[in-house]
Design a protein around this ligand. Sequence first.
Ligand code: HEC
Length: 138
Amino acid sequence: MKKLLTFTMFVGLVTFLTVGASGQIKKGKTRAITTKQLMVGLVKPQCGGLGESLKSAPTDDKMWGELAIKAALLNEISYNSTEYGRCPDKDWAVAVTGLRDGSEAVLAKIEAKDHSGAQEAFKAITASCAACHKVHKK
Ligand code: HEC
């Protein structure tokens, strides 16, 4: 009887841990937006737009300003990506830090109007997407 009780508790704990963790991956604990919506609606458009725009050198301040908005939004999203109970583990945290630091570096290059520097720094952003997806995107 005691064994059965221990076993039941064990199964309960495993279920709690796995469901709890995947819940955090798909959605934060206290916000309505799902990770998928965050990715499709916010992350992808900014990252795709930034990568596309960086293919050629901006020719005026308006273009530099548009690049800066995309990099700044990616940076802002990095904060949302760990808040509200949306950080299941260390892999997630490390990838988000990569996104945060990478977007900050791109922003600094944009502010310096350093096109090739921004292109180079952009690689850290795409590396952070890949790092998290490798572990958490099923
Ligand atoms: C900290 C983790 C993490 C980071 C960083 C991250 N993603 Fe994701 N991404 C996910 C997870 C988890 C999913 C799967 C969500 C689901 O299906 O519930 C996903 C899914 C996606 C999807 C697919 C949505 C669909 O239609 O299924 C796209 C597109 C995407 N991410 C783009 C990006 C881009 C671009 C970056 C980098 C700028 C990025 N992601 C960075 C975790 C991350």
